[in-house]
Design a protein around this ligand. Structure first.
Ligand code: ZN
Length: 662
């Protein structure tokens, strides 16, 4: 495991799950529990619940469930140890590690970050004081860089030489390669990765240097930009230049700007817009979007207008839906870069950002800007082209708003446009279905490829990518009273819920029937979970017909608390526990006991009758059968005293225990 057990327990105990989850999504108190919009799927009405006492959460919509550790693993995309470290850091606990190897790999990671930091310092010093960096300094000044900016962004200079950095750092070959700072050349010697370039250190959201973007001087040979290659600490599909500086304002404004280059980020800063980031030599990926979503719900593209216009619309809409993020586009005047505009007219840059338009609006406006509305033919042509763009949007109401505007503008009957749009949407959907095949998805954008084999909650959303028809599905809300814990009837995509319940056919059959006794069994189990003393004495495993409920009961019975029970249970048992822990129903203890006695009473009665029929002396059963019938009838009329109910339950419990042995 890597971390001392005791420390894991301390971290768990010190973590307030409500406070933790509230950092991601607002929660509202409802009775004993907290509810809010699910942070794992896109929804309009809350189906996500958190129980502070057991420290568990569960979503009745997408079935995401777990404890603080699961939550951090899924939201922060980390492993178990990473999640513990994240939580420990939050509550200020210093962790101790057990396994030497685990400690080693963490140590090595830390060492690589250290080397990258030293390299950034060294490059930065070279830029400021190196005789050979005069041309670089001159170039930066010509681009409007101030001394303060060079300091703030720790801009550096990689000398025009083979191995000065390697000689300065004196690191091992393995570390040089793993950190991306150097490599072994064909002569078998260590060589610097960057040479004769202005360097922009790329930091992660925790302000650790993870790589560099290198720009050549205007007259030099070679590609304009050279960036770190993917290595042990740097992954370009997840790296965002400027994130460490941008996150504060992004959270304040609930908006993050994505631009094209290092100098654009710095340009935005110059205009006091510090919430800008840039992808590092790659198109925006879904991993980037997820990273941005941690800080803001709105993503503003500040690309060159052609570039932005060509962003794959289907991908943008899929992201908007899957991650509940709004994508808007900044239109910069006269094809200027943010960098240029920041220097010449910072107010205009601010204004352009304030006026960022929704992605669809931007695309429609581009069509309109390019059209001739003065002739009938021109208006008709414009309507055709605008409809194609509108048809790509997945929300029918949004589409219709645009259609109505377009009808006015092009002086075409709105019904005519609507029916044309319907045709066009069908075509778009067919295209999307074709394009939505896994090959295409993985190919065009590395961000779409799943990081590992584990189908996290995001893969649920990925499943609906390119398929507008599947959307409603992810938002469907299953009422808690249903307890449909196997979820087997749901449609594709939800791999999480498609596991076969232990106990196989019998259990799933029972679930589909939604038999009243299953509901009672679940209520009894829930009571055992949330208020153990109230029901403990009446329950034995044999009282549960449903295999999953029974095994979960046994699991709870043999563990001191729900957290350790979850740790030792199967995924199905763990999910059921979380679901029950956050169940908003506030059933009265007495009601549950009465219903339990009724159900078990009926079942025992049926057993007794069967035994009587096959017995040599059926009359011997008459007395007990008659008595039990009356008791069960009394229960139904809810006219039962606590003491009598208590006796009946104990008797039923013993009957069940015996009959199962027999
Ligand atoms: Zn959910």
């Amino acid at each position: 495991m890597g971390i001392v057990d005791e420390d894991i327990v301390r971290v768990r105990e010190s973590t307030d799950i409500v406070a933790l989850i509230s950092q991601y999504v607002p929660l509202r108190r409802v009775g004993q529990r907290w509810t809010g919009l699910c942070p794992f799927h896109n929804e309009k009405t809350p189906s996500f619940s958190v129980d502070a006492t057991s420290g568990l959460y569960h979503c009745f919509g997408c079935k995401a469930s777990g404890d603080a550790i699961t939550f951090v693993r899924e939201k922060e995309q980390t492993d178990f140890v990473g999640a513990i470290e994240f939580l420990a850091n939050r509550v200020g606990i210093t962790l101790r590690y057990t396994d030497a190897n685990e400690g080693e790999s963490r140590k090595r990671q830390a060492k690589l970050y250290g080397e990258l930091e030293r390299a950034a310092d060294w490059y930065h010093e070279r830029l400021k004081s190196g005789v050979d960096a005069a041309a670089a300094r001159k170039y930066l000044r010509s681009r409007g860089f101030t001394k303060e900016e060079v300091e703030h962004f720790k801009v550096g200079w990689a000398p025009d030489d083979w191995d000065q950095l390697m000689r300065h750092l004196r690191i091992s070959e393995a570390d040089a390669v793993a950190s991306g700072l150097g490599f072994v050349n064909r002569a078998g010697r260590m060589q610097d990765f960057f040479r004769a370039r202005i360097l922009f250190p790329i930091l992660d959201d925790r302000s650790r240097v993870i790589g560099f973007g290198g720009r050549k001087l205007p007259d030099a040979e070679g590609a304009k930009y050279k960036n770190s290659r993917d290595n042990d600490v740097y992954h370009k599909s997840r790296a965002l230049y400027g994130l460490n500086w941008a996150k504060t304002q992004a959270v304040e404004r609930n908006e993050m700007i994505v631009c094209e280059g290092y100098t654009d980020v710095i340009g935005f800063n110059r205009a006091d817009i510090t919430r800008a980031v840039a992808t590092c030599g790659t198109a925006l990926t879904e991993d980037h979007v997820k990273l941005i979503k941690r800080f803001a719900n709105r993503l503003v593209l500040a690309y060159d207008a052609d570039e932005a216009g060509q962003s794959a619309a289907e991908r943008v809409y899929a992201w908007e839906r899957a991650h509940d993020i709004e994508v808007a586009v900044v239109q910069l005047p006269d094809g200027l870069d943010p960098d240029e505009l920041a220097s010449s007219d910072p107010d205009a840059l601010n204004e352009a950002v304030e006026n960022a338009r929704p992605f669809l609006r931007f695309r429609v406006d581009r069509v309109l800007a390019d059209s001739n509305l003065s002739s009938a033919e021109g208006r008709s042509k414009t309507a055709e082209r605008a409809l194609e763009v509108i048809a790509e949007h997945p929300e029918p109401f949004v589409r219709d708003q645009y259609v109505m505007q377009l009808a006015d503008l092009c002086r075409i009957d709105v019904e005519l446009l609507r029916s044309r749009l319907a045709d066009s949407s069908r075509r778009t959907k067919q295209n999307a279905d074709r394009k939505g095949s896994p090959d295409r998805r993985g190919g065009s954008s590395p961000g779409y490829a799943s990081d590992d084999g584990d189908p996290g909650p995001w893969s649920v959303d990925n499943g609906s990518y390119g398929d507008p028809g599947g959307y409603d599905d992810s938002g469907s809300y299953e009422p808690p009273g249903d307890y449909g814990y196997s979820g087997g009837q749901s449609s594709g995509g939800r791999r999480r819920s498609q596991r076969v319940a232990p106990g196989g056919g019998r259990s799933s059959k029972r679930v589909n029937e939604r038999s009243p006794s299953l509901a009672v069994e679940l209520e009894a189990l829930r009571l055992f979970l949330v208020n153990r003393p109230s029901i403990e004495g009446y329950l034995v495993p044999e009282m549960f017909d449903d295999a999953l409920v029974r095994s979960t009961f046994e699991l709870l019975e043999s563990n001191a608390d729900v957290v350790s029970a979850r740790d030792r249970g199967t995924p199905e048992e763990a999910e059921l526990l979380a679901r029950l822990a956050v169940d908003p129903s506030e059933a009265e203890v007495n009601d549950v006991l009465i219903r339990l006695a009724t159900e078990v009473g009926r079942s025992v009665l049926a057993d007794l009758e069967a035994r009587a029929r096959s017995s040599a002396d059926p009359l011997a059963f008459v007395e007990v059968i008659t008595w039990l019938k009356l008791e069960v009838d009394d229960l139904r009329r809810s006219k039962v005293e606590v003491e009598k109910l208590d006796q009946l339950l104990v008797w039923l419990r013993d009957q069940r225990r015996e009959s199962d042995r027999g």
